[in-house]
Design a protein around this ligand. Sequence first.
Ligand code: ADP
Ligand code: MG
Length: 577
Amino acid sequence: MPTETFEFQVEARQLLQMMIHSIYSNKDVFLRELISNASDALDKLRLEALRDDTLGADVSDLHIDIEADKDARTLTVRDNGIGMSHDEVVRLIGTIANSGTAKFLKELKEAQDPAAAEGLIGQFGVGFYASFMVADEVTLVTRRAGESKGTRWASTGEGTYTIETADDAPQGTSVTLRLKPADTEDQLFDYTSPWKIKEIVKRYSDFITWPVRMAAEAVEPTADAEDGADGENAESTAPPEPETLNSMKALWARSRDDVSDDEYHELYKHISHDWNDPLETIRMQAEGTFEYQALLFIPSRAPQDLFSQGHKRGVQLYVKRVFIMDDCEALMPEYLRFVKGVVDAQDLSLNVSREILQQDRQIQLMHRRLAKKVLSSIKEMMAAHPERYATFWREFGRVLKEGLLGDFDNRDAILGVSSFATTHDEAEPTTLQQYVERMKEGQQHIFFMTGESRAAIENSPHMEAFRAKGVEVLLLTDPVDEVWVDAVPEFDGKQLRSIAKGEADLDTEEEKKEVEAEREKRQQEFAELLTWMTARLGEDVKEVRLSSRLTVSPACIVSDTHDVTPALQNMYRAMGQ
Ligand code: ADP
Ligand code: MG
């Protein structure tokens, strides 16, 4: 097959331009990304070999090799993992599947100054393309396990890439970077320096469960090897033993005191493909008949696709240190789908399938304990780190509230860590607990109103009586708020009441009697008018009555207690119902 030339998809091209001209200060992370991809590829091969014994791939020595050539100014990262077919190379390397990218590029265009652009690279992460921060040409040679022919992909990152058949490609993938000249001049950025490579691997990839190796020659600087007494050994003809650079220790199996926050954060980045530190790290150990360890993370930003159909849950399942699957939905409830991490179970079969997991009683117990643990960690964060909690709530509150609909067991725990916009304070949301503590003498209920925005609710005539009396109202503006308020009967013995439904129960019993008497009197005065109006409005209303709830507006429309609210009507309409 001759060499074919392809154009990068538009988004990919834009991203590459960014990388080429990047001033992103933390260029070292390109190596982390390559090792992370190689590690994923080894996980996948190991798993596929386990499931398909006709695959015929050698899985006896799975590892990652790093090879630096100072004179040629190249750096190669090689794995003997799953590899890619010709079509996979085109699909996975030539285009960008990540749905966050479009938003990323849009923000990037709007970010005028380089510093803002740099921040954005760090926020979104760019995986394989990060290579173009340090290389002016990247060559990838790969052969998929089970296939006989390999593929060579090459690009300078300038709009096109070439693809040709590579007959002699070993199984797996090698990525060779031709390093930009500037980087080798500066010692700090010499990515062919064994010292530098070792340092980066230690810092970012130490926990990778596969050996990351580098030839010993490269590891020992020649000055050391020539040092006197060892001379005889150095002259030995045996090929140098490669040195393994990473400890390969699973962080979740190490004791808390042994692991630094940075190490946890790097594991998080590997699992989540996020370039930011997580907001919270959660550890859990279960001993006894069903033993497992969990290391979970709450990200600091919601991903773009959190509300789209295809969004995957982020918890990986390991069995006795062996990676089994990504996105293990049996381990986390849907409303905690933003949680990332690893669960390592001791007593499962390596062959366990998603179907089996869904049925397994032990897994269901684990699911429950993990959910509780995440909720209790959020609770602790709320008390100990209010700012972190505020970030959490801004990013994930809408998702968490979905749990109020289905997870009856944890409803109180979820309500306990939820917060809501309120008329009490423009800027600070309130918890239900705080609301209850502020309730007025004689106030029976927790009042709320749902709507599209804070302004829309505040301008609603329904607010008038509450404002006049100084009674606090929660302002609920997320679509999910329309639904959970009906599913949650009460908090702390207080009912939740929509101020847009039925009679607003604002007054004490005495006041109510007075108001009622007054209304009766006036109802009679206005009886004729009301009958006439009811007749005129006909089909459109059930009843026209005098209201005591308005102080400024002449009229407002209310629904019966059991009717759907106007906002919910809009939502149903939008859904085409
Ligand atoms: P991500 O890892 O977040 O998916 P990358 O840009 O790092 O994004 O990689 C894109 C895709 O290319 C990967 O998802 C994987 O399918 C494929 N890929 C990259 N490197 C390798 C590799 N060494 N072996 C096999 N597939 C790879
Ligand atoms: Mg990657």
